[in-house]
Design a protein around this ligand. Structure first.
Ligand code: TSX
Ligand code: MN
Length: 609
C-alpha cells in the first residue's frame, strides 16, 4: 500500500504536510504484516543496529543497544502545551503551544533527510472496541515501527476502521538525526542531544509531537503520550478514566472471578503483581494488562476496563523465574530486547535474572563484561532500565477475555507504594471519595540511593500518574470524584484499597514475603467485594482482623499484628506531611472533598489516642 491508496483525506493531507517539513527519502505505510515486521528487523540487523539472538533459545528475538544518553523517559523534556499554564497544572512542564510548535518546527525541518518515513496506523485497545482509540504515528525509526507492532494493533485493519473521515490522534516522531548525503547510522542508535529532545503533548488539539529520542515512552507514542497524557484529557471530557494501572483477573476455588486494577509508582513490581502465581491453593490469577487501564462506565453503571496495549514493555533487571515466571515466558520468543547484556551463545542476561552471568558477556554499551561479585562498584551489564518488548498474547497467564471489546467489570482498585513504615499491609476505603483520597496520597519512601532529597522522605506520586496526567492534577482528582458521583449507586463502584508489600521491621527486615503471597491479600480484597471478609473499622479505614488473612510460611502472628496495626503517631506524621508538603501544591484546584477527608482522618486518629 502507498499513500495514494489511503482514502482518508485528512490523514493523507497530514502525512504530506509532515513529509514536506521533514523531507524523508521515502514514505512507507505500515500494514501490520509479519512480512513487513521481518523485513524491518532484517534491515536493522544488516545495518548493525541490532543483533539476532540464538534461534534455539530465543526464537524470533533481537537485541538493540541504545545510545547511552537515550535510555529512559525524560521528564524534564516532557511538556504539556495546554493553552494556559494553569490547565497544565503545578506538576507538569507547561510551555506555550505556539512557541513550542515554532521551536519544534525548526527542529523537524529537514530532520528525516536520508531516512524513511513510516506511517503507522494503530489502535489503542481491541480493534473496533467502543472504548478503543485510533492513532497514526509518523516516525523515522524502524525500531519504533517494530515495537509499535508488538505494543499496539497496527495496520490495514486500522485504516479500514478510519474509513474516509474517522477520528485519529496524530502522533509525530523523529529521532532527530538527519543524515547527510551518503551518511549512514553506522550501527549507532540515532537520537538528538538532551536539550533538543522534546516529548510534547497538545491537549487542546489532541496532538503529540516527539523529537530527539528513540526510547520507550518517548518514542512509542501510543503508550504514555496517547494512552495516558492525551487520554486523560479525553477521559475527563467524556466521563471515564485513563489510568496507569495493571488489570488482573482473580478466580476463587469456587470458580468465581473478579477483576482488579492497581496503580503503583515505579519499582513496586506492577508487572509482577499482574502476573503473579498464587501461593494459596485453588486460587488463580490471570493478566489482562500490566501498565494501562481505560475504564468506562457501562450501561449498568459499573466501570469496564480494557488494556489499550497489546504487549508488555517490561523492565528486564530483576525479572527472574522466581519473581515473574510468566513475564519471562512471554519474552521467550518474538521479543525485542533493549539494553540488556548479550551472552556468548547469543542469549540475553541481566542483573536479577536468577543466575550468574555465563562467562564473558557483552554489556549494554557493547563492551566485554565479566561478572565480579566481589566488586560492589562494578557497573551493571544490563542498563537498570533495560527492557523487553513482548506480545501480551504470549503470556502463559493471559486471561482469555483480555481482548474483549466490552472490557471487564472492575470490582476493586488498589493503590500502593514502597512504604517501610506507617502504612499497613492493606486497608479499604470507606467509600469512593475516601478511595480518591488514598489515590491522591500515593507515594514511595525515598531511599539513600536518591541523592537530591533526604532519606525517609515520601515522594508522592498521586495515582502513580505524576508524569502521565495531561492536565491539572487537582482537576484530575476532581474528575475522579465526579466519576464516583455519576454512578447510579455506590454499590456498582469498585471498592478501593491501599496495599503495602514493603513494610519492614525496625531492624530493616521485610515483614511480608510479597510476590505470590500477595494472593492472600487479593483473597481478602475479593472477600471484601462479596461482603464476606473479616474486617475491623479503624481510624484510617476498614482493615482485616489479624486472623483474616492466611499467614504465609515464616510470618508470625506478631509480624501479622505489626502489618495490620494502625500506627497512629506515624499516620499523624503522614497527615502533617500531606497538609504541609503535598496538598498545598494544588492550590485552589484541590477538591474540597479531599481537604475535608484529610481533616476527618486527623480527627479520627486523634480521637483514637
Ligand atoms: O514485585 C514485587 N512485589 C510484587 C509481586 C507480586 N517486589 C519487587 C519490587 C521491585 C520491582 C517485591 N519486593 C515485593 C512484591 O510483593 N516485595 C518485595 C520486598 C521483598 C523482597 C524479598 C523478600 C521479601 C520481600 N524475600 C526474600 O528475599 C527471601
Ligand atoms: Mn508504567
Amino acid at each position: 500500500m502507498t499513500l495514494t491508496d489511503i482514502k482518508h483525506k485528512k490523514l493523507v493531507d497530514w502525512v504530506n504536510e509532515i513529509a514536506k517539513m521533514t523531507t524523508p527519502d521515502n514514505i512507507v505505510i505500515c500494514n501490520g504484516s509479519q512480512k513487513q515486521y521481518d523485513e524491518l528487523i532484517e534491515l536493522q540487523v544488516n545495518s548493525g543496529l541490532c543483533v539476532r539472538l540464538n534461534e534455539e533459545k530465543k526464537p524470533g528475538c533481537v537485541l538493540f543497544d541504545s545510545d547511552p544518553s537515550d535510555v529512559a523517559r525524560v521528564e524534564k523534556r516532557t511538556f504539556i502545551a495546554a493553552p494556559t499554564a494553569e490547565e497544565a497544572g503545578p506538576t507538569n512542564n507547561w510551555i506555550d503551544p505556539a512557541e513550542l510548535k515554532a521551536t519544534m518546527t525548526g527542529l523537524y525541518t529537514g530532520c528525516m533527510k536520508g531516512r524513511t518515513m513510516y506511517v503507522i496506523p494503530f489502535s489503542m485497545g481491541p480493534l473496533g472496541s467502543p472504548i478503543s482509540k485510533l492513532g497514526v504515528e509518523i516516525t523515522d525509526s524502524a525500531y519504533v515501527v517494530n515495537n509499535m507492532m508488538i505494543m499496539t494493533r497496527v495496520g490495514d485493519k486500522v485504516l479500514e476502521l478510519l474509513g474516509t473521515d474517522g477520528e485519529f490522534i496524530p502522533c509525530l516522531h523523529s529521532v532527530g538525526k538527519p543524515l547527510q548525503e551518503g551518511e549512514t547510522d553506522g550501527g549507532k542508535w540515532p537520537c538528538a542531544p538532551m536539550d533538543d529532545k522534546y516529548i510534547s503533548q497538545f491537549p487542546a488539539t489532541r496532538e503529540i509531537w516527539s523529537y530527539g529520542s528513540g526510547y520507550g515512552g518517548n518514542a512509542l507514542l501510543g503508550k504514555k503520550c496517547l494512552a495516558l497524557r492525551i487520554a486523560t484529557v479525553i477521559a475527563r471530557d467524556e466521563g471515564w478514566l485513563a489510568e496507569h494501572m495493571l488489570i488482573l483477573k482473580v478466580t476463587s476455588p469456587e470458580g468465581e472471578s473478579k477483576y482488579v486494577t492497581a496503580a503503583f509508582p515505579s519499582a513496586c513490581g506492577k508487572t509482577n503483581l499482574a502476573m503473579l502465581i498464587p501461593t494459596i491453593p485453588g486460587w488463580k490469577v490471570q493478566t489482562i494488562g500490566d501498565d494501562i487501564a481505560w475504564m468506562k462506565p457501562g450501561a449498568d453503571g459499573r466501570l469496564y476496563a480494557i488494556n489499550p496495549e497489546a504487549g508488555f514493555f517490561g523492565v528486564a533487571p530483576g525479572t527472574s523465574a522466581q519473581s515473574n515466571y510468566n513475564a519471562l515466558a512471554a519474552a521467550s520468543k518474538n521479543t525485542i530486547f533493549t539494553n540488556v547484556a548479550l551472552t556468548a551463545d547469543k542469549d540475553v542476561w541481566w542483573e536479577g535474572i536468577g543466575y550468574d552471568a555465563p562467562g564473558e558477556v557483552i554489556d549494554w554499551n557493547g563492551n566485554p563484561w565479566t561478572q565480579n561479585k566481589a566488586d560492589k562498584s562494578q557497573k551493571p551489564a544490563a542498563h537498570p532500565n533495560s527492557r523487553f518488548t513482548a506480545p501480551a498474547g504470549q503470556c502463559p497467564c493471559i486471561a482469555e477475555e483480555w481482548e474483549d471489546p466490552n472490557g471487564v467489570p472492575v470490582s476493586a482498585i488498589l493503590f500502593g507504594g514502597r512504604r517501610p513504615s506507617t502504612i499497613p499491609l492493606v486497608h479499604m476505603a470507606r467509600n469512593w471519595n475516601h478511595g480518591v483520597f488514598l489515590g491522591s496520597i500515593v507515594g514511595s519512601e525515598v531511599t539513600a540511593a536518591t541523592l537530591d532529597v533526604k532519606a525517609g522522605t515520601i515522594r508522592r506520586d498521586p495515582f502513580a500518574m505524576l508524569p502521565f496526567c495531561g492536565y491539572n492534577m487537582g482537576d484530575y482528582f476532581k474528575h475522579w470524584i465526579e466519576v464516583g458521583a455519576a454512578a447510579p449507586s455506590a454499590d456498582v463502584l469498585p471498592k478501593i484499597f491501599y496495599v503495602n508489600w514493603f513494610r519492614k521491621t525496625a531492624e530493616g527486615k521485610w515483614l511480608w514475603p510479597g510476590y505470590g503471597d500477595n494472593s492472600r491479600v487479593l483473597k481478602w480484597v475479593f472477600e471484601c467485594c462479596n461482603g464476606t471478609a473479616k474486617t475491623v473499622d479503624t481510624p484510617i479505614g476498614i482493615m482485616p482482623t489479624v486472623d483474616a488473612i492466611d499467614r504465609p510460611e515464616g510470618v508470625t502472628e506478631e509480624d501479622m499484628k505489626a502489618l495490620l496495626t494502625v500506627d497512629v503517631d506515624g499516620w499523624l506524621k503522614e497527615v502533617e506531611d500531606i497538609r504541609t508538603n503535598h496538598y498545598p501544591k494544588f492550590g485552589s484546584h484541590l477538591p474540597q472533598e479531599l481537604a475535608e477527608m484529610l481533616d476527618t482522618l486527623e480527627a479520627s486518629l486523634k480521637a483514637s489516642k
